[in-house]
Design a protein around this ligand. Structure first.
Ligand code: AMP
Ligand code: ZN
Length: 119
C-alpha cells in the first residue's frame, strides 16, 4: 500500500485539507467529492482519495479498500446528482489521456448523452 503524506504543493491535497476552496458534493473518511471548476458536462464531479496518490498507475494491491471507497462515493454522487439516465466514470493517466493534476481523481460525468469513443 502506498503511504504518501499530503503534498504541500499538490492542488488536490490542498483542496482536501481545506486550504483551497471547493464546492463539496459528498464526503467520506477515505474520499472527498467536489465540483470540477471547468465542467465538461452538466454534472461533473471529481472524487479524490484524502491521501495523496499520483494516479491510477501508482495503485497497488493494498489500495483495494481505497478504490472501493472512491467507487462507493461515485455511486452516492450519481444518486444525489440525479444521474438515473447514466453517467461516465473516468481516470485519466498520463499525458496522452490529458491528465493535468497529479493526484488520483475519478471523474463522474453526467446529465447529457456522451459519445464513444471519447476524443
Ligand atoms: P485531469 O485532466 O484528469 O487531470 O482532470 C483534472 C480536472 O481538475 C480538470 O477537469 C480540471 O477542470 C479540474 N480542476 C483543476 N483545478 C481545479 C480546482 N481548483 N477545483 C476544481 N476542479 C479543478
Ligand atoms: Zn495530492
Amino acid at each position: 500500500m502506498t503511504t504518501s503524506q499530503p503534498l504541500a504543493d499538490c492542488l488536490f491535497c490542498r483542496i482536501v485539507a481545506g486550504e483551497l476552496p471547493s464546492e463539496e458534493v459528498a464526503s467520506s473518511d477515505e474520499a472527498y467529492a467536489f465540483r470540477d471548476i471547468n465542467p465538461a458536462a452538466p454534472s461533473h464531479v471529481l472524487i479524490v482519495p484524502r491521501r495523496h496518490l499520483t494516479d491510477a498507475a501508482a495503485l497497488e494491491p493494498g489500495d483495494s479498500e481505497l478504490l472501493s471507497a472512491l467507487f462507493s462515493l461515485a455511486q452516492a454522487v450519481a444518486t444525489s446528482e440525479g444521474l438515473s439516465g447514466g453517467y461516465r466514470l473516468v481516470f485519466n493517466v498520463g499525458e496522452d489521456a490529458g491528465n493535468t493534476v497529479p493526484h488520483l481523481h475519478l471523474h463522474v460525468l453526467g446529465g447529457r448523452p456522451m459519445a464513444w469513443p471519447p476524443g
